[in-house]
Design a binder for this molecule. Structure first.
Ligand code: NAP
Length: 285
């Protein structure tokens, strides 16, 4: 039901570039309908900086003027909005990243729902044996690796990051702090690891349309006893997940993270509980 303090339709959307493939409008519209809350969620493609600089500032002004009620932010604008906000939530500050923007008390706030969206999905799925290891290996060191590191650190896990450019992982670890071990994403380095309970792929290797890719070296088996979570959800089963299942390991794709972060964003904006099943049904359509 429409919240009494917000009788007009919610005006929501996503800024990023390119946005042609985004499922976010379907997920949000399905949830709004199930909640019987009126609102629209639109795509606002804004070119990378410097070309999109004025458009980006204008979008945030539309939030300040209450023409818009909430925005999600994706590639390439996550780092670009940070300097334009009044405040970050403690978790967004910790992650150095905001994907959900709204006005509270007249201030423009940036929050991250990527971190809890990822963690809720992992925690709800990970078998007890792998969870007990509390040692994870993250593949890749880009934007979403940041969310994975913060989620796992908050839960008290020991972390390894394997990146094809270890300097990128060093930089990420330097920003986030805590004890993070870094290695090169190659067979000789990975074969030295033991005691890994969870592998989280944050690289785009294997994502549509280059579905033959796999971040794990062909010549190396996956570690025995590890579970594998791949942030990619298109295709539903990447080469990495197929290899994991073939080796008898628990494996899950990133659809639950996508739904989780979307639901948490909509909860921030409306102040109402969001039915995940409505978003799942829209995702599976
Ligand atoms: P990003 O910031 O570009 O980072 C990608 C990382 O992967 C970088 O460290 C990059 O290294 C590395 N990489 C790229 N191609 C590689 C390859 N072939 N082999 C090994 N490493 C490779 O991207 P992102 O925003 O983190 O997104 C990464 C993936 O996560 C995408 O597939 C995205 O769709 C997915 N994702 C899913 C969700 C969800 O809700 N499920 C949320 C966010 C992201 P270089 O810098 O050397 O290229």
């Amino acid at each position: 039901m429409q919240p009494s303090d917000h009788p007009s339709p919610f005006n929501l959307g996503l800024i990023g570039y390119p946005l042609g493939h985004s499922l976010s409008p379907q997920l949000h519209h399905a949830a709004l309908q199930a909640m019987q809350v009126s609102g629209t969620y639109r795509l606002f493609p804004i070119p990378p900086l410097p070309d999109g600089r004025i458009e980006l500032a204008d979008m945030l002004q539309r939030l300040r003027s209450k023409e818009l009620d909430g925005l999600n932010v994706t590639i390439p604008h996550k780092p670009n909005v940070l300097g334009l906000l009044d405040e970050l939530t403690p978790l967004a500050r910790r992650a150095g990243s905001a994907n959900t923007l709204f006005i509270r008390g007249g201030r423009l706030i940036g929050d991250t729902t990527d971190v809890p969206g990822l963690w809720d999905d992992i925690a709800g799925w990970l078998p007890a044996e792998q969870a007990a290891a509390k040692t994870a290996l993250i593949l890749g060191a880009g934007g979403s690796a940041r969310a994975a590191v913060v989620a796992l650190q908050e839960a008290g896990w020991r972390l390894w990051i394997a990146a094809r450019r270890p300097a990128q992982a060093e930089e990420l670890a330097g920003h986030l702090g805590g004890e993070i071990n870094i290695l090169s994403l190659d067979a000789s380095a990975l074969s030295q690891l033991n005691g890994i309970g969870l592998i989280v792929n944050t690289t785009p290797a294997g994502m549509y349309p280059k579905m033959e890719g796999c971040p794990w070296p062909d010549e190396l088996s996956l570690p025995e006893g590890a579970a594998v979570y791949d942030l990619i959800y298109n295709p539903a089963e990447t080469v990495l997940l197929r290899r994991a299942r073939g080796a008898g390991l628990p494996a899950r794709n990133g659809a639950g993270m996508l739904v989780g972060q979307a639901a948490l964003s909509l909860e921030r904006w409306t102040g109402l509980p969001v039915p995940r099943e409505a978003m799942w049904a829209a995702f599976n359509k």
